[in-house]
Design a protein around this ligand. Structure first.
Ligand code: EPU
Length: 296
């Protein structure tokens, strides 16, 4: 039985988004919805549209920088949309499924590309929406279909290919991703895939502050005159590792991570972002753009 969303309940449920984001900063939205299914989510989208309330979608909150002030409008969180269905040639996961769990099981399930994605926190919905990935592979390489609601709240199920996705982007801007279907490839050699998973895991642990509170890489890698440059290296070369504003700090391990070293506010993070951008511009003549989504 799909229940109609109650605005009073959603108002009472609203807590500061610092509790729902990996960076641990962010104010309270007016309304907070936690639908358990695509059908419930569709009712939330319809109710907000009818009432003229702006609605934002929250996955695992791992790639998000939310302002400290109260947030106008509603937030729809996908964390209660759970489910994993394994078939012969495909695995369908709901948006709220924890992506690292799928990566951990990717060798036994013969899902390609995902053994190259350890150390990427997030919900399935979030990583599909962002086409998360790294040097060992991207989520898009493993996808067959994506389900969701379009900006009008209409449900869709769309077949996808890797070329539909870009660098940290998907064709689902404005949509709510509610689930994804991953390919199983029985031709994969589990020994090779296991070795890739272990190599990628070890490399991530060595090079990124996985245990710290962060939003992953904060800036996009900019294009330099001779191709893309690593924002982390540029920030490092500007001597900014360890730079701190309030509770926000440039990671000493990978300079493109800003970590919450304790008690950081969004204003601290923003001030640190501004300092880093200024220094990198002065030192390298390159303007860094944010990679994380910003809500304010
Ligand atoms: N480097 C430094 N200092 C640093 C960080 C990096 O000198 O503080 C050097 C490294 O030693 C290496 C080069 O810069 O020689 C590139 O570094 P890395 O391999 O870490 O790659 P990246 O370009 O900095 C990108 C993604 C990461 C992803 C890694 C690995 C972006 C913005 N970043 O980083 O993604 O994990 O490649 O594939 O695309 C994320 O999306 O949240 C993220 C962290």
């Amino acid at each position: 039985m799909v229940s109609r969303p109650s605005f009073d309940e959603a108002r009472a449920r609203a807590v500061r988004l610092s509790e729902h984001t990996s960076l641990g900063v962010g104010g309270k939205p007016e309304l907070f919805f936690e639908p358990q299914s695509l059908e419930e989510a569709a009712l939330v989208v319809a109710a907000c549209r009818a009432a003229g309330v702006p609605l934002r979608h929250l996955g695992g909150g791992y790639n998000l920088l939310v302002g400290d002030a109260p947030l106008a409008g509603a937030v729809l969180a996908t964390h209660a949309m759970k489910g994993l269905v394994v078939d012969d040639d495909r695995v369908e996961a709901a948006a709220g499924h924890f992506f690292p769990d799928l990566v951990r099981r990717s060798v036994e399930l013969s899902i390609p590309a995902l053994p190259g994605c350890p150390g990427i926190p997030g919900s399935v919905g979030g990583v599909v929406f962002m086409n998360a990935g790294g040097r060992f592979g991207s989520v898009a390489d493993a996808l067959l279909e994506v389900t969701g609601l379009d900006p009008e709240g209409e449900p869709f199920r769309r077949a996808v290919r890797p070329r539909d996705f870009g660098y940290r982007s998907s064709p689902f801007a404005g949509c709510l991703v509610t689930g994804a279907v991953f390919r199983r490839d029985r031709g994969l050699d589990p020994k090779v895939e296991r070795a890739l998973l272990e190599e990628a895991q070890a490399w991530k642990r060595r090079t990124q502050p996985l245990a710290a509170r962060s939003a992953g890489c904060i800036f996009k890698n900019p294009d330099g005159p001779s191709g893309p440059r690593s924002a982390g290296r540029l920030i490092d070369e500007a001597g900014l590792k360890g730079l701190q504003v309030g509770g926000a700090q440039v990671s000493a391990l990978h300079a493109n991570f800003i970590v919450n070293a304790g008690g950081a506010t969004s204003a601290d993070v923003e001030a640190l972002i501004a300092r880093v951008r200024e220094s990198v511009l002065a030192r390298h003549g390159l303007l860094l753009e944010l990679e994380v989504c910003r809500w304010s």
